[in-house]
Write a protein that binds this ligand. Sequence first.
Ligand SMILES: [Zn+2]
Length: 347
Amino acid sequence: MKKLKAVLLYKHGGIEALEYTNFSDPEPGRREVLVRLKIAALNRMDLWTRQGWPGIKLEYPHILGADGAGEIVAIGSDVSGWKNGDQVVINSNLGCGICSNCIAGQDNLCQNWHLLGETVRGTYAELVVVPASNVYRIPDGYCEHQAAAAGLVFHTAWHSLITRGNLRAGESVLIVGASGGVNTACIQIAKLAGASVIVVGSDDKKLDLAQSLGADVLIDRSKEENWAKSVFLQTDKRGVDLVVDNVGTTFPMSFRAARKGGRILTVGNTGGAKFEIDNRYIFGKHLSLIGSTMGTRKDFFQVMDLIFAGKLKPIIDRTYPLSQVGNAHQHLADGIQLGKILLEISG
Ligand SMILES: [Zn+2]
């Protein structure tokens, strides 16, 4: 029976490809739970998946959306520890649970890895089925909007900075970009870890946000084109220990801003996938280039505990009803948002 409200995608395309309509209710299988979603959050990945890329294969109709929070309304067989009515946030990183990497606790390196909303049906819907191991309890009183907004970006930022980047207290961190979800998470995590933070941003509003999150030094790249030099001068001509560069096309500047022996972390390429780099910086400065995507289950639990404790705060730009998903996508594509864009699904 088609009673579930969802945003369906029957083919790749522009905003017009998003169809708010009815769809069949999913049912939880073995080791799965059914979640009635209250809130979903947008990620840039949603735009790319909607538009498609060579080689992507979706089971149509597809449902976008990695992030979500809501309550458990049905439980599959072989699930313990959960009951209907439990409030949960979803970890969108879907490891198979049985391959050697999953067993070793590196489920983000799973040999049969999926990302909710990218390769399997996601959270732009009233109901979603996920493995029971991919939900985490929201404490009583904690806001579901905040929980949904935190999911993917804080998970990604934590894995990159802490697990992969091995960030330590007293280190200096440069964050290229001031307003995106992952970058605003990185600013907060770096400060919580005891690092000093320099942020390069493109306008006053974005830099004000970075400052309110604890950034120590702000550089406006619209006024300081050679921001790598500014970073160099801000660090007594040493360069920073660690650069967070999720733009990609800014790598040449990031290499210059890093100290000798510094680390460059990347989890994305908002500026485009292909660009030239000067290899001499990598070997000449002993740089480490560290890539990652998403994070492990352990990372998710660790960072969500800090979110729930109020030590890290998701930034929310605005919330649209699910039926206005097209406006939400356009707002994200415009790139003027400060923080996460949410979709209110029910309630
Ligand atoms: Zn696996």
